[in-house]
Ligand binder design. Sequence first.
Ligand SMILES: [Ca+2]
Length: 296
Amino acid sequence: MVASISSKKSDKPIRHKTTCLNPEAIVTGAKVLPGDGTEANNLKPNMKKISAVILVCSTGLIAQAQLIDDFSSAGLSEYTQTIVLQNGASSPLVFSDSTGGLTVSKASGTAAEQVLFLRNDYSLGVGQTLRVGASVATNSIYSDFGIVVSALVNPTAAVWVSGTVDTRNNYIAVYVKGQTDAIGRAGFNGAVNAGGSSGTAGVPDYSNLLGLFINRTAADTFAVGYTTASGDTTTFTYTGMNTAIGNAIGFYADVRGVTSYGTLDNLTITPVPEPSTLALCGMSFLGLVAVMRRKK
Ligand SMILES: [Ca+2]
């Protein structure tokens, strides 16, 4: 398709740049802009304009965020809860969106229940970042609450008989630790602990905390951390992980009290290139080229 537009050397840089934006638009551009063999010289002084269009389009893509959930509509039916570590008789956690954000508390008792609360209608791809806003306060109970990416939406549930039941595998979590005013993390590559941490107290002070993130920098690499007004701080990077991790996204919690001590809100994935945006940028680029050529 591209080769049929023109064989002149002067068109090559243009075709190359627009190909990634919108292949269909290239055909339209070719009809509007029959070559006359002098384009190359005309384009040189306008490279700044071309760069500007590319920059604006690129910035627009970076700024695009897919809102997964703002918890404004009642119901959490998209999520599946699975207990992955259990130190006592089964007592699932209770997630709620009644406040307009996501809260979690224990139904009863104080035993450890590490729980995943996952959905697989979205996934985290390479180059994408899962984020959530966090509003928490230091408190007196063990209360871990954060986000997770997992290979499965419904990993094998722990079935408690006696002692500790552990079915943790193929997930990465980053979370607030309300009891110690810290950021914790957990990662399991298969069933192998890939670098968990109970977190460091006072990092950051919760009054400065804006949210948590998991950034998939490569198919098997995930950077986790927290966000303040100063930006993102990576607390750990998991490498060599199972590439199925990211097929499901959601929340992690280990809360050992019946009161909710924190709220997470506005789960998003960035960036998300939208076809309409791509088409718009492609048309803008071709429009600029048309104007430039007409000016000659
Ligand atoms: Ca909300």
